[in-house]
Design a protein around this ligand. Structure first.
Ligand SMILES: [Zn+2]
Length: 211
């Protein structure tokens, strides 16, 4: 199965998924993956994006309903099952980002807290919240890159935001067709936010909260 992340100016990250057995375009809101567009594998991603845009209002309403439900654990999940998945999935991803973007951290700890998604100490120790397993993958990537950026800039000043925005642009451009990425930048071009990708992802993350 092939898939790409498309960042919609209103909905935030959307998963475009090509399934070999899929016969038609469909859209749904998944409790963990967020908005997912399923499409036959022979259809170009750009057609999936156009389909998404034609159903944006429906998706936004469904996403808001799902976010309201995100104050409970998904069915069949416990804190322990989230912890096990977080311990399996997050360390290799953090390491891969660190290697690609030239960060060196000391120790990674998976924690259960209701106060934040992640943190980074002045000693270079990174904490990630096991609740990250409840949010869509692009938002997990955002938190991982956010904490890594703190290794260079402990505060949330302009230098921090400039570096994080650059990393996010690079990371997501690898997952998006170039045209889709350009369309995305144009779509949010009127946004007054200085760090546009960061602000879209932060807004999407606010639809969730750690339990
Ligand atoms: Zn921070």
């Amino acid at each position: 199965m092939k898939e790409k992340v498309h960042i919609d100016a209103v909905l935030g990250p959307v998963l475009l998924r090509k399934a070999p057995r899929s016969r038609r375009l469909s859209i749904r809101v998944h409790p963990v993956k967020g908005v997912v567009v399923s499409m036959p594998s022979f259809i170009p991603y750009a057609v999936g994006v156009a389909f998404l845009e034609s159903r944006r209002e429906w998706a936004l309403a469904a996403l808001q309903r799902a976010s309201a439900q995100n104050v409970t654990l998904p069915e069949g999940e416990s804190i322990e099952s989230l912890r096990a998945r977080a311990k399996a999935e997050l360390p290799p991803r953090l390491k891969a980002f660190a290697d690609r973007y030239g960060f060196v951290y000391n120790r990674l700890t998976i924690k259960h807290t209701t106060s934040n998604w992640g943190s980074c100490s002045t000693r270079g120790n990174i904490n990630l919240n096991l609740n990250l397993m409840r949010v869509p993958e692009p938002l997990q990537d955002y938190v991982l890159l956010h904490e890594l950026t703190h290794l260079h800039h402990p505060d949330h000043g302009p230098a921090f935001h400039a570096e994080l925005e650059r990393l996010l642009a690079d990371h997501f451009s690898r997952h998006l067709e170039e045209d889709a990425f350009r369309q995305y930048l144009q779509a949010i071009g009127s946004s007054r936010a200085r760090y546009r990708i960061t602000s879209v992802l932060e807004k999407a993350l606010r639809g969730y909260r750690p339990l």
